[in-house]
Design a protein around this ligand. Structure first.
Ligand code: MF3
Ligand code: CO
Length: 249
């Protein structure tokens, strides 16, 4: 077990991968309209990734069948795109995409409303995104992993929502999942010291209700135990001597 620190030139490569992920997510967000299927997003994403000269990171990873994860409403993460899953106004959908370009991975996710959604769900999405950015703010040399994790937990819980504990963020680089694991809960000062050249995929998953998760029979889709809705945002962030550098925006 070891953490692979990245040189600036490697981080620059990851930034190119990250830019492609961002373009794909932006395009998918525009396609998330009432009547579209999650497979429509998948098809557009795969075409765009290949047109941009990159390779999808998820398809074939441990047998996962698609280039996107599309997780609707009470689905937390790893929802599998389907032509039968039609989006409707008021839904929220997490779109998660990873690519590899020139040997370097990037991975990011957004949650978007389909047309308009309720104020409660808008707040769920906003708090999850804010929690991600507060964690990113902690991704500095001299801080610890626990500083980052606790930033997520505190913001989410202060707003009355819950942190999913079954899934965590991760290091990323020449593999999709590298060490260390990046939990969305923890205590200030705990855990590894953050070092220059670490690249972390930070990905809070936040439930509107209770924190519990369970797996559907497809062995991929994670849903909330209590049926409450869930949001998910993810960025890849490099710890640099000049502070946190977001590679996926
Ligand atoms: N962002 C997710 C992760 O880092 C998506 C992985 S989907 C998989 O775990 F299919 F590749 F596993
Ligand atoms: Co990830």
């Amino acid at each position: 077990m070891s953490i692979k620190l990245k040189e600036p030139a490697q981080i620059e490569k990851m930034r190119r991968s990250g830019r492609i992920v961002r373009q794909v997510l932006d395009a998918c967000a525009r396609l998330a309209v009432p009547g579209a299927s999650t497979m429509d997003l998948e098809r557009a994403a795969e075409r765009q990734i290949r047109d941009l000269g990159a390779t999808p990171a998820f398809k074939g990873y441990r047998g996962y069948p698609c280039v996107l994860c599309t997780s609707v409403n009470q689905e937390i993460v790893h929802g599998i795109p389907s032509a039968r899953r039609l989006l409707k106004a008021g839904d929220i959908v997490s779109i998660d995409c990873g690519v590899v370009l020139d040997g370097y991975y990037a991975d990011a996710a957004i949650t978007v409303p389909v047309e308009d959604t309720s104020p409660k769900l808008q707040k769920l999405m906003q708090v999850t995104r804010e929690a991600l950015y507060q964690a990113i703010e902690q991704a500095r040399v001299g801080n610890s992993l626990g500083d980052l994790s606790s930033a997520v937990q505190q913001h989410v819980e202060a707003n009355g929502f819950s942190i999913v504990r079954e899934f965590v963020g991760h290091g990323i680089g020449t593999e999709l999942h590298e060490e260390p694991q990046v939990p969305n809960f923890g205590r200030r000062g705990d855990g590894l010291p953050l070092l220059e050249g670490m690249v972390l995929a930070i990905e809070p998953m936040v439930n509107a209700g209770r924190p519990g998760a369970r797996l559907l029979n497809d062995n991929w889709t994670a849903v909330t135990e209590d049926g409450s809705y869930s949001a998910h945002f993810e960025h890849c962030v490099a710890v640099t001597k000049n502070g946190p550098l977001i590679l996926t925006e």
